[in-house]
Structure formats: structure tokens, C-alpha cells
Ligand binder design. Sequence first.
Ligand code: B12
Length: 215
Amino acid sequence: MDEPLELAMGELDEEKVLALVEERIQAGVSPTEIVESCRNGVEIVGRRYSDGVYFLSDLIMSEEIFRGVMRLVEPHIPQGEATNGYTVVMGTIEGDIHDLGKNIIIYLLRSSGFRVYDLGVDVSPERFVQAVSETKTCILGISVLLSFCVGSIKKVVDLLEEAGLRDEVKVVVGGYTVSELVREYTGVDYYAGDVSQALRIIREIVNADCPQRKN
Ligand code: B12
């Protein structure tokens, strides 16, 4: 836990956040730890927004600061093999345009050699299923931050079932709203609330469930 960085993010103090991130990078703190501290910091922003202390403009400000953090951190993310032969399809579910977390996971996966098809934001259940079918991926990652969009994830799973693709693909959801309850309700296989869980689960899937689908 990096309290000064989290608090600076919570206070939307851009100058301080960027200075602290530079300091952490120089001190050898891992990019993942820095990103997670910043994520904890934007949770403070989210709580203050819910409490009516912050406004939409403050959410937008937090996005801007987070993008600045990523510009500093990305060059320090170790690059793995050029390609490991696995494909992941990722997108943010219909109705939701949050993409900072999705983009971080995509960046990390690409750095670890995954080929990632990024469907973007506000992606319909039908489009997810079409992409699974076209790419023959064994991993579908869906980001969801808005609670009222969770139902559309259930629809993705239902459509995969109808298309006969459910057994071909592991579905992982991530984002602020995810939990065991969401996993059960939607019928997805896994959920991940942070970077290390996300990478651990995706590595587990490629090792256990889809060596045959390397392409
Ligand atoms: C920044 C922000 C915005 C930005 C988004 C910018 C962008 N390009 O993403 C803007 C200003 C656009 C925005 C808009 C809105 N927002 Co907003 N936003 C936030 C905020 C403050 C931070 C989100 C964020 O980027 N976090 C940082 C990233 C790094 O974390 P993350 O997304 O959780 O991702 C991590 C993990 O979850 C995981 N992960 C993420 N995706 C995936 C996917 C996979 C496959 C895996 C494995 C892992 C994974 O890895 C990431 C790295 O650790 C949150 C508060 C919060 N507590 O999250 C509110 C929050 C999500 N927003 C909220 C709301 C209500 C809105 C609006 C409806 C506000 C409005 N009145 O218009 C709109 C909705 C717009 C829409 N249709 O989507 C609510 C949602 C409440 C709810 N439970 O439904 C929150 C929680 C704020 C709050 N407390 O009220 N928002």
C-alpha cells in the first residue's frame, strides 16, 4: 500500500501524483504496484463522487491523471517474448465506456506475448460472440464498471451457449463491479479485480485449458 500516492490521486493532485510516480520508478517499485496504488486512489475519487463531494468533471480529471501515470509507467513494463501464440479477445461491455483498466490489461498481455483483439468499448454481446467465433480464441475478457451493465455479460454467455461455443472459451470479467456474485449470476468462468489476479488467471487458462488452441 502506497498511501501518499493513493491520497494524492484521491485529491486529484496531478503534479504530486506524477512526481510520486517518477520517484517510485526511480526507486525500482514495479509498474504493477504503481498502477494498483493509482487504482486504489481512483477508488477514493469514486467514493467522493458517490457521496456528492466530487462531480463528473472530477471523474474526467482522474482519467486524465491516470493516463499521465501510464505514459510514465509503460516504458518500464518488461517486454516478454514477441509472441506466445495465444489470442485474447477483450472489450468493455455494452453501455459502458470505461476503458482505462481494460487498456492496462491489454498492454500487459501484449507485453507478455499475447495477441489481443481489442473490441473497444460499448461492445454488444453479439459482437463478442462473433469475435470469439472468428478468432477461435480460448480467452474472452470483458470489462465492466457499471453495475447496470452486468446483465449484458450474462447475455454474452447465453449467446456463446446458443452458438455452441461455450465449451471452447473461458470467459473472464474484470472491473470495479466484479465479484463472486457477478460470476455466479452471469455464468462466466473467472473474475479479476486487479492486475495480478488478471494475469494469474489468464496464465492459468492457457496452461490448463487451451494448449491445443495455440495459433
Ligand atoms: C475514471 C472514471 C470514469 C471516466 C472513465 C474514463 C475511461 N476512459 O475509462 C468517465 C469520466 C468517462 C466516467 C464516466 C462515468 N462513470 Co465512472 N468512474 C471512473 C472511476 C473514478 C475510475 C475508473 C478507473 O478507470 N479505474 C482505474 C482502473 C485501472 O481500474 P479498473 O477499471 O477497476 O481496472 C482494473 C481491474 O478492475 C482490472 N480489470 C479491468 N477490466 C478488466 C477486464 C478483464 C478481462 C480483466 C481480467 C481485468 C480487468 O484490471 C485493471 C487494473 O487493475 C470509477 C471509480 C472506481 N472506483 O472505479 C468511476 C465509476 C466506475 N463510474 C461510475 C459512474 C456512475 C459513471 C457515469 C454513469 C457517471 C455519469 N453520471 O455520467 C459515467 C458512465 C459512462 C459510461 N456509459 O460508461 C460509477 C459506477 C457505479 C456503479 N457501480 O455502477 C463509479 C464506480 C464511481 C462511483 N463510485 O459512483 N467514469
